[in-house]
Design a protein around this ligand. Structure first.
Ligand code: DOR
Length: 428
């Protein structure tokens, strides 16, 4: 089985390539990348005309919640993978807060088996740092790694005890496993449902202060320096967090960070609608925070854009704001929202692509995120000028908790190719 992608503008930040090239794929791998490749005379070579399209390494979403096992009514590994492919992602990294929690090798094996049978993109599981996300007993990180996890995280909650986190970092370090940190001091955040500030006061809602996030980021950075284990900060949302990470990087601490599209696309003003799709953790913040997140993306303080795709059903969302679950889906809107930053000049195309490909691959130590002969043929083709209106009812995801429904966006994935096979095409 061979595939020839003709005349696309290939952008590969790993090699610094930005050029109109042809790409030949054979047996799931990139065989050749040249100015002009003529179609091999062998039978069964398909061709994609990529003239006018951007061709990039398959996008990686390093922060996804698939709800299987346990909450299949919200999302399954299969439906999550369909949503990923439709959003241009060839690899998704799924968090451990399933039921049961991915805190042992049998859950990891279950996810990987299901993924092989039912997913149309690569699914890489994250194991938890502590058993049942309780913040008490460490998991067997070595066993989890052997079973196939790519990182550990208690995402959804912070490991409350600095002592447990310290031991977790030391333990992860001995197996070279990346650690992803959910940063929120639970006492400071207790009972909060949106950003603390004037808007929360006006709405009569309890706030979550930026300090709740920042104090734990400071702690994780200190623990990283102490233990020598790199830390990756999940879903950065505040100006203070961006400043703290920027300063830590300047000091040579091994800290990397991601933000999610909703933190550079929406502010707390969206909560005034009382729509529960705007309830997310960390919460949507102020205009100043949003500006700082964009600046952090621009200067490289924030290495990665990750969706934090968090599917919830109407059971959890069609309720009073106070009682609604935190989270919004994001796989099918992430890339178009990030392209808005390219269209408005905040990021170059290459900078944006790097945050979805090379950077997450480096942080996770996976052999993905680049286009070169011999690499896995995971490739995304993007039409950056295609305009469309977000329609959550047409989503592949099982859930509908999307605050961007009805938004007019510009740019989207038109082909998602996983190991040389077309997993999504806008035409079909
Ligand atoms: O809003 C959120 N939802 N933030 C998290 O950290 C977890 C996620 C979920 O799993 O629903």
């Amino acid at each position: 089985m061979a595939l020839l992608i003709k005349k696309g503008r290939v952008i590969d930040p790993a090699s610094g390539t930005d050029d109109v090239l042809d790409i030949l794929i054979e047996d799931g791998k990139i065989k050749d990348l040249q100015k002009k490749i003529t179609r091999p005379k062998t039978a069964g070579v398909e061709q994609i005309d990529a003239a006018g399209l951007i061709v990039v390494p398959g996008l990686i979403d390093m922060h996804t919640h698939l709800r299987e096992p346990g909450y299949e009514y919200k999302e399954t590994i299969q439906t999550g993978s369909w949503a990923a492919a439709a959003g241009g992602f060839t690899t998704i990294v799924c968090m451990a807060n399933t039921n049961p929690v991915n805190d042992n090798a049998s859950v990891t094996n279950f996810i990987l088996d299901k993924a092989v049978k039912e997913a149309c993109v690569n699914v890489l599981p994250v194991g938890s740092i502590t058993k049942e996300l309780k913040g008490e007993l460490l998991t067997e990180i070595g066993e989890l790694k052997e079973a196939g996890i790519v990182a550990v995280s208690d995402d959804g909650v912070t490991v409350k005890s600095a002592e447990v986190m310290r031991r977790g970092l030391e333990y992860a370090r001995s197996f070279s496993v990346p650690v992803i940190c959910h940063c929120e001091e639970s006492d400071l955040a207790a009972g909060g449902v949106m950003n603390e500030g004037v808007t929360a006061t006006y709405l009569g809602m309890r706030g979550i202060p930026p300090l709740a996030e920042e104090i734990i980021i400071e702690r994780e950075i200190a623990l990283s320096a102490w233990t020598g284990q790199p830390v990756h900060i999940a879903h950065v949302s505040t100006a203070g967090s961006v400043r703290i990470i920027r300063e830590a990087k300047a000091r040579g601490i091994m800290v990397t960070a991601e933000t999610a599209p909703h933190y550079f696309s929406l502010t707390e003003d969206a909560v005034v609608s009382f729509k529960t799709d705007t309830k997310v953790n960390p919460p949507l913040r102020s205009r100043e925070d949003m500006a700082a997140v964009k600046a952090g993306l621009q200067d490289g303080t924030l290495d990665v854009i990750a969706s934090d795709h968090a599917p919830h059903s109407t059971l959890e969302k069609d309720v009073e704001f106070d009682n609604a679950a935190f989270g919004m889906i994001g796989l099918e809107t992430s890339l178009p929202l990030a392209l808005a930053l390219v269209h408005d000049g905040t990021l170059t195309l290459s900078q944006m692509v790097e945050k979805y490909t090379l950077n997450p691959a480096k942080i996770l130590q996976i052999d993905k995120g680049r286009l070169c002969p011999g690499a896995d043929a995971d490739i995304t083709l993007i039409d950056i000028d295609s305009e469309f209106t977000v329609d959550r009812d047409s989503f592949r995801s099982k859930s509908r908790n999307c605050p961007f429904h009805g938004w007019h966006l510009k740019g989207r994935a038109v082909y998602t190719i996983v190991s040389g096979t077309v997993a999504f095409s806008l035409k079909n």
